[in-house]
Design a protein around this ligand. Structure first.
Ligand SMILES: Cc1ncc(COP(=O)(O)O)c(C=O)c1O
Length: 444
């Protein structure tokens, strides 16, 4: 098996060519990987007009994911999300873009809506869950919305969410297709799911397109991501996808990230990743069982995430995170309610033993009564774009109640919006902002 981008760069390094081209380090070692860090020289192909080694590597990755087309991104799912919205916009033409989405979207979705002047119909759960990460919407809610509002151009779902909850993509895809509405999925956290014994990747379950942050769950450098299209995607989605993607990216894509995506593709194609993944999911499952056995409450269905409901076990999640850091373990995410651990195929049995041992030594306590509020429906007074690009002033969050949010505010991590541009800032939003440690907000 070969890795065309890596093979090209290795040959280029061996050729000892004098580099009178970008980048400025000329391949000389300052940090360590400069020799591999090339630009779009002859033979290296062009990311946004790929016909050579990049196209070949993308085709191999598409075959592994069983997609009609898979495009590489060196700027994360953030770029792919904006591209998905741009593709829908290009298909509907002059009409105002209108998207339906559960509220736990990533910030990149908001940025895309602002740039494309889109309207969003938000879906909220009937019972709000604490915090901003999760938004449990039923297929019936989606069916009702799509049958009532015939102006919706796209349904957009975030699954898995940051806590490892999975939406019923199969049921949702069936509903959206019956309504004639394409389904786009933010699968940033779920790239690995295509290689589980039961393939639960959104494309396999019926999504029309989705983004995967390869860097989150595959052995790939930060920034590496995929934009996948299903075999049922219309040509109108596929034809201009690269050009639209280029609108949201730099003209100097990182070849280090492209090489990483290429090597990762080799591992996916050879079956090595699937084999290692099966072993890893078994280790995660056994680690979860041990932690639960010590009395801890876990949540989420994802097979490579361990989410501890800290508050239900008597801890503030951020404080629990600090206790784990003292034992030499760094979690992916902590908030008042939860601590999330993301596993990868490189985590060893020793790593999982250390994690389980840390939980064994910490006593489970009675639940903390005071809960962080959940996301509640907000009143929108202005389009996101108008509010985001209006003159605004920065005020203390407590004096923002009743005013219109100008610049969307997200928790630093997980970058899910608390108040969105154009919405009236509510008391509930202020409580959530406080919980996220936000002190100031830009309002109109
Ligand atoms: C649900 C979700 N979507 C999208 C993104 C953006 O992904 P990336 O960092 O690859 O741009 C993130 C990042 O954390 C995320 O959690």
């Amino acid at each position: 098996m070969s890795a065309p981008i890596n093979d090209f760069v290795k040959k280029y390094i061996q050729s000892d060519t004098v580099r009178f081209h970008m980048p400025g380090h000329k391949g000389c070692t300052f940090h360590g990987c400069e020799a591999y860090d090339i630009t779009e020289i002859k033979g290296a192909d062009y990311l946004y007009q790929a016909q050579g080694i990049i196209a070949e590597s993308e085709r191999r990755t598409a075959a592994s994911f069983k997609t009609a087309k898979t495009l590489f991104s060196t700027e994360g799912s953030s770029q792919c999300i904006k591209t998905m919205l741009g593709i829908i916009k290009s298909v509907i033409g002059d009409k105002r873009l209108k998207i339906a989405a559960p509220r736990n979207v990533h910030k990149a979705f908001i940025d895309g809506c602002i740039l494309l002047d889109a309207d969003v119909v938000w879906l909220y759960p009937s019972e709000p869950t604490p915090g901003i990460c999760c938004c449990d919407i039923t297929p019936v809610q989606i069916e009702n919305l799509l049958s009532q509002d015939k102006d919706i151009d796209c349904l957009y779902i975030t699954s898995p969410d940051y806590l490892g909850n999975l939406a019923d993509i199969k049921a949702i895809a069936d509903i959206s297709h019956r309504a004639g509405v394409p389904l786009a999925v933010d699968n940033a956290h779920g790239s690995y799911m295509a290689f589980l014994d039961d393939n639960t990747h959104p494309i396999a379950l019926g999504a029309d397109m989705c983004c995967d942050s390869a860097h989150k769950t595959l052995p790939c450098y930060t920034g590496g991501a995929y934009l996948h299209f299903s075999n049922k995607s219309p040509d109108s989605f596929l034809n201009n996808a690269k050009s639209i993607m280029s609108m949201f990216g730099s003209t100097s894509p990182s070849y280090l990230i492209l090489q990483s995506l290429d090597l990762c593709g080799e591992m996916l194609a050879s079956g090595e990743f699937a084999k290692k993944l099966a072993h890893s999911t078994a280790m995660v499952r056994s680690c979860k069982e041990k932690i639960e056995g010590y009395g801890w409450v876990l949540c989420g269905q994802e097979k490579m995430k361990i989410t501890v409901c800290a508050a239900k076990c008597g801890y503030n999640g951020c404080e629990l995170g600090d206790k784990l850091r003292e034992t030499g373990i760094e979690p992916e995410y902590c908030d008042g309610e939860y601590v999330v651990f993301m596993a990868g195929i490189s985590n060893t049995q020793n790593d999982f033993d250390k994690l389980a041992a840390a939980f064994k030594t910490l006593p489970v306590k009675p639940p903390i009564d005071e809960q962080i509020p959940g996301l509640l429906p907000a009143e929108s007074r202005l389009s996101m774009r108008r509010a985001a690009f209006s003159h605004s002033q920065s005020v203390d969050i407590h004096s923002a109640v009743g005013r219109i949010c100008a610049l969307t505010v997200t928790g630093c991590q997980p970058s899910v919006p608390v108040t969105v541009s154009g919405e009236v800032v509510s008391e509930n939003a202020v409580k959530l902002l406080e919980a996220c440690g936000v002190e100031k907000i830009n309002v109109l």
